[in-house]
Design a binder for this molecule. Structure first.
Ligand SMILES: [Fe+2]
Length: 384
């Protein structure tokens, strides 16, 4: 995936993120993805969960295409393949949401996370017919559509209801905020193309009566409403917030006082940082295991060709010499902060290249620090 050579994170965040769509032609090497990969992603999905769906003019009942069986004392579920094939032949779309533990999908997710600095949730869609899987709608998350096999026609319209939240689905709002008549974009997304669509933009991806497989990677930032909900948990500490209410005349001074208190909380930078740190601390990144290096007591050195990345979507506390990754917060000295900055600026930098940058430093101390950060799942160590 050469997204980083087509657009930088700064350019993307400044000019496109939550602002307007972006089409990146040929951003992905389509040769690295085949129908075998697509089949395996659906095969390994949890087919009984609500995250797995077959859509054929509406969502198909799970009991039609999933069977339960006893596998040496363990209840398992599997697809009833003839039923699935028949639905696919009739033009159905097969959908896997919240994909986890799939290296090829994780690879794309990490690239999108590098670009956006946000947590990414992945879905996969496959179809062979010409039926549209959903009618024209808006998504409540920013989405990157990565077309990996075949093509789809995308018709995109400007938002009629800006920045919808999860609870504000287009089907409930389309009468009051109808889709504009004039399309903003109408194009064919081809294998290897990536299309970024901010939440709220109407769209209708149409299959072209040919095989198609695409990933939809949604990004998950903290929203202002999340901050408000977080602050509300602190409100009972304020005495006036615990008062009983009876009549407007009696209560308006109490409510005025609560309003002033809320204003102070909302504009407190330290509280804002605490909220962001808590939000970041709750996020986990699917980093690879490195048992052969970090779990083997006889291995003391990090192989020089090992690649290093931050095990977090962004390094928010780095300016203040701390870092939160995979639920752990660590404080950094000057050298530690410089080291992490290099890895953040060059995700996937090799250990030997990193040592070259800090050539005057004590190599052993750096290796010890890197090993410690990798063991704590703050940095990830990989071969590629
Ligand atoms: Fe959508």
């Amino acid at each position: 995936m050469n997204i980083s050579s087509l657009i930088s994170p700064n350019d993307f965040i400044k000019n496109y993120q939550e602002k307007k769509p972006l089409l990146l032609k040929g951003a992905v090497n389509k040769e690295n993805f085949s129908w075998q990969d697509a089949n395996e992603i659906f095969e390994r999905s949890d087919v009984i969960s609500d995250d797995f769906k077959i859509s054929c003019q509406g969502i198909v009942q799970k009991s039609e295409y999933v069977e339960k069986f006893l596998d040496i004392g363990t209840i398992r579920h599997r697809l009833i393949k003839p039923v699935v094939y028949e639905y696919m032949k009739k033009g159905a779309t097969i959908i896997a949401n919240k994909i986890a533990n799939e290296p090829k999908v994780n690879y794309f997710s990490r690239k999108i996370s590098d670009l956006t600095g946000r947590q990414v949730v992945s879905s996969a869609y496959a179809a062979f017919g010409s039926k549209d899987s959903f009618r024209c709608h808006w998504d409540t998350r920013d989405v990157f559509a990565i077309q990996l096999i075949g093509r789809k026609r995308w018709i995109v319209y400007e938002p009629s209801f800006k920045d919808p939240l999860f609870t504000q689905q287009s089907k409930d709002y389309e009468k009051s905020y109808p889709c504009p008549e004039k399309p903003y974009m109408d194009f064919i997304l081809e294998a290897g193309d990536v299309f970024y669509l901010p939440r709220g933009w109407w769209h209708n991806p149409l299959p072209l009566n040919e095989p198609t497989f695409h990933l939809a990677l949604g990004t998950f930032p903290a929203y202002a409403t999340d901050y408000l909900s977080w602050l509300m948990k602190r409100i009972p500490n304020f005495p006036d917030a615990r008062k009983s209410l009876s009549h407007w005349g009696d209560d308006k001074s109490t409510l005025h006082s609560i309003g002033k208190h809320l204003d102070l909380l909302l504009n407190n930078e330290e509280l804002y940082r605490n909220f962001q740190d808590e939000f970041t601390g709750a996020v986990r990144v699917a980093s690879p295991l490195a048992l052969n290096i970090l779990g083997d007591p006889s291995v003391s050195a990090i192989p020089s060709e090992s690649r290093l990345r931050l095990s977090a979507h962004h390094a928010s506390g780095l300016d203040n010499h701390y870092l939160i990754a995979n639920g752990t917060k660590i404080n950094l000295d000057e050298r530690g902060a410089q080291l992490i900055s290099q890895i953040v600026e060059k995700p996937g930098i090799s250990f030997s290249d990193l040592l070259t940058i800090f050539s005057e430093e004590d190599e052993e101390k750096i290796e010890h620090l890197i090993k410690n950060l990798c063991s704590q799942d703050i940095l990830e160590l990989s071969n590629s």
